[in-house]
Design a protein around this ligand. Structure first.
Ligand code: PEP
Length: 250
């Protein structure tokens, strides 16, 4: 059975003390639910966040990692460093990494493989830009992102992959895909997965939607058949809003 998940991507926000404060607020405010809850603070605050959440059901995940095992890659973080501090999941391929840090499909294929080979679970992000949608190339683009980065992986790796469809035009813009647009793309992703592997695998993979999800629109988006939850940016920085979004994933 695929899982319901709500993950908060904190991006480059929150100092160490602010991270502690927000986790305290989350621990106090999160309602019990069967939704898997993840938060992704910045690298410098990961270890403290893992410790602080050890008595809760909140999983602390990383926003990125390097594909090499170790070596001369100044400023980078390797998979086993994440594992060593108790991180079990990493976000790969966020559109900001693609746009500002030159992460291509080929690099993301390497990162994903490195993460999986090191026993990490991957939340893999992808999605079209506005120009792709306006020129009606969004399905083609999404299919190529998935194929280029993920379809060389064996079926067994898919137990440890969560997909996050994030149309770039909806990230941090206040613009949200309509629930119908999200469902249409999520169904297409599942069909694409079934064609590359098989239908049973496609039915097991959790597919999250990301892009300006808020308490006001979460329930309608999560209510769609192929939407299993969300990757949340801005609204994950406020405990009450994040909780409302989790509760909306029924
Ligand atoms: C994100 O960064 O993955 C995201 C979805 O951001 P926001 O919710 O702010 O659009």
């Amino acid at each position: 059975m695929r899982k319901k998940i709500v993950a908060g991507n904190w991006k480059m926000n929150k100092t160490a003390s602010e991270t502690t404060e927000l986790i305290d607020a989350l621990k106090n405010q999160l309602s019990p639910s069967d939704v898997e809850v993840m938060i992704a603070p910045t690298f410098v605050n990961l270890q403290a966040a893992v410790k602080q959440t050890s008595d809760s059901h909140i999983e602390v995940i990383a926003q990125n990692m390097h594909q090499a095992q170790s070596g001369a890659y100044t400023g980078e973080i390797a998979a086993d460093m994440l594992k060593d501090i108790g991180v079990q999941t990493v976000i790969i391929g966020h559109s900001e990494r693609r746009a500002y840090f030159g992460e291509t499909d080929a690099i993301l294929a390497e990162k994903t493989k490195a993460a999986l080979d090191n026993g990490l679970r991957v939340v893999f992000c992808f999605g079209e830009e506005l120009a792709d949608r306006q020129s009606e190339k969004h399905f083609e683009l999404v299919a190529s992102q998935l194929k280029n980065a993920l379809f060389a992986l064996p079926s067994s790796d898919w137990n440890n992959i969560v997909l996050a469809y994030e149309p770039v035009w909806a990230i941090g813009t206040g613009e949200t895909a309509s629930p119908e647009q999200a469902q249409e793309m999520h169904a297409f992703i599942r069909t694409t997965l079934a064609a590359a592997y098989d239908d049973a695998l496609a039915q097991e993979v959790s597919i999250l939607y990301g892009g300006s999800v808020k308490p006001a629109n979460a329930e309608e988006i999560f209510g769609k058949a192929d939407v299993d939850g969300g990757l949340i940016g801005g609204a994950a920085l406020n405990a009450a809003d994040f909780n409302a979004i989790i509760v909306a994933n029924k």
